[in-house]
Every structure is written in structure tokens, then in C-alpha cells.
Design a protein around this ligand. Structure first.
Ligand code: 2HA
Ligand code: ZN
Length: 269
């Protein structure tokens, strides 16, 4: 069977990037079984021939209207598919979808009728929001990092910006490369519209959010940038845990050092 990626290097590159990141999620132990999901807005690399392609699925409801996504295209990890399989065979474990003209439904157009991730309402809500904001962000990732999820089981870390400030203070890179910090979303049922709505509310302040007792979700210009923010936060969580395991509370960078860093790197918060 001919793949939609054939003779389309720009589209193939976007899918390759997703596959690369899927491999890292598995290697890090953040993606047990089918855990986690990735979506990328690929509308910019869609040609007229793809726009004319018929649906290979029925028309599915999204569950919520996405007014900014009319006719948009996404590459999505498939629901119930394993991240480690997405890494090796992206077009068997993910698919290209098109949002219908009414902005409330989608169809699958290639390569296989693989139904997109169960977190599609949250992912599409984030993409819809990013277009409204005009920030040029194209990628959304959700994963289950052990360290950050463990921290979300402690109510003290769920207060506004407690975790942001703690993680920023563990190593300068985390503040520099996750400059908006990490927002907190109280526990909500996975895949629910409630979880999607709570997530987009926090995106005005953060590029990364912690879903209490579940996982982390991030958005970025591309899938590498979105992944890297979670990776630096997890690095900080590891440093914190390592110090605690050695029997002491880590000092954290001083507020003087933090202010100096903020000014030197011209950071937003
Ligand atoms: O895709 O991680 O939150 C599986 C999940 C749902
Ligand atoms: Zn999850």
C-alpha cells in the first residue's frame, strides 16, 4: 500500500520527529503500555492532492466544537496503541485526520483507519487555543513521567507555582528552558471534556501542565520543543529526589541567583 508520506518529505519529517520522541518516551519509562499521546498540526505541509483524499473512516464526533480547526490536519497517535510501536511503525500506530467543515467532527484520511488517541478532546482543544493565540505552536504531547506524577501525590506541590519554583531552583537550565513553569490541573477523569477545558485554561500562563495523579501535558512550536520542556522538569525532579534520597533537603538556588538568571536570559516570569 502506498503511504501518504511517499514523495512528501516535509510531511514525512514531521512524522519522523514524532517517532523519534515516541522512542524517548518509551526509553524513559514514561510510556507504559498505551500510556501517553502525541498530536501535531500538519496543516502547513498538506498539499491539494491530500485535501482531495476521501475519508477512510466514518465521521466521528470530537465532543466539543473547535472553531479554529476547520479543515485542519493532524498526525495523531492511535488510541490503545503503544508508544514503543509508534516509534518503529508510526503509520501503523498513528493516522492523519482532517477536521470537518462544521468543526465538531473528524475523519481519518491515511494511511490506516487507526482511531486517534483517547485524549483527542484535550489535544484538539489545545491546538484550537494555540491558533486563537497565534503563538505558532504546532505540537502537543501527553506522557506519564514517574517523578513528576509522584510529586503530584503531595498536596503541598499542587499549590500554585510551588512546584514551578522548586523545580526551577534545582538547576538553571530548567528555568531557562521551561520559562513559563508548570501549571497544575486537579484530578479529572482521563479523556474527559472537563480535563480538556481545565487544561486550556492553564495554557494562558503555562506551556506545561501537570495532570494530578496522572501525567504531564505540554505544547510547543514542534514536538522536540514540547518534549524538552518536560525533560528538563523531570531532570529537576530527579535532582530533588536524589538529594532527598541522600538524606537532605536540597538548598535550591538562592532568590538572588534566580533573579540574576531571569535578567540574564530575559525570562518572562
Ligand atoms: O493514551 O495516557 O491519558 C493513554 C493515556 C490517556
Ligand atoms: Zn495519560
Amino acid at each position: 500500500m502506498k503511504s501518504i508520506l511517499e514523495n512528501r518529505p516535509a510531511l514525512a519529517r514531521e512524522v519522523e520527529k514524532v517517532a523519534e520522541i515516541a522512542g524517548y518516551l518509551w526509553q524513559k519509562g514514561w510510556a507504559e503500555r498505551n500510556g501517553g499521546n502525541i498530536t501535531v498540526n500538519i496543516t502547513d505541509v498538506i498539499d491539494e492532492e491530500i485535501k482531495a483524499m476521501p475519508a477512510i473512516s466514518e465521521v466521528f464526533p470530537i465532543g466539543k466544537a473547535m472553531p479554529n480547526l476547520k479543515g485542519a490536519y493532524f498526525f495523531c497517535k492511535g488510541t490503545n496503541k503503544r508508544m514503543r510501536d509508534l516509534a518503529r511503525w508510526p503509520m501503523e500506530n498513528g493516522s492523519v485526520i482532517r477536521i470537518t467543515e462544521d468543526c465538531e467532527h473528524y475523519v481519518i484520511i491515511a494511511d490506516n483507519p487507526v482511531k486517534p488517541t483517547s485524549e483527542l478532546p484535550a489535544h484538539l482543544s489545545m491546538h484550537n487555543y494555540m491558533i486563537e493565540k497565534g503563538n505558532g505552536y504546532k505540537a502537543a504531547i501527553h506522557t506519564h513521567p514517574i517523578d513528576l506524577v509522584a510529586m503530584s501525590h503531595n498536596p503541598k506541590f499542587l499549590e500554585k507555582d510551588v512546584l514551578t519554583n522548586l523545580l526551577w531552583s534545582m538547576i538553571p537550565e530548567t528555568r531557562a528552558f521551561c520559562p513559563r513553569g508548570i501549571g497544575i490541573i486537579p484530578y479529572a477523569l482521563p479523556s474527559s471534556i472537563e480535563l480538556a477545558d481545565a487544561t486550556i485554561k492553564e495554557l494562558s500562563d503555562y506551556d506545561v501542565v501537570l495532570w494530578e495523579k496522572h501525567g504531564v501535558t505540554a505544547v510547543g512550536p514542534d514536538i522536540f520543543e514540547a518534549f524538552d520542556m518536560i525533560d528538563v522538569l523531570s531532570k529537576s525532579a530527579q535532582i530533588y529526589m536524589t538529594a532527598k534520597n541522600m538524606g537532605f533537603e536540597p538548598d535550591g538556588m538562592s532568590s538572588k541567583d534566580m533573579t540574576e538568571l531571569k535578567e540574564a536570559f530575559n525570562l518572562p516570569k
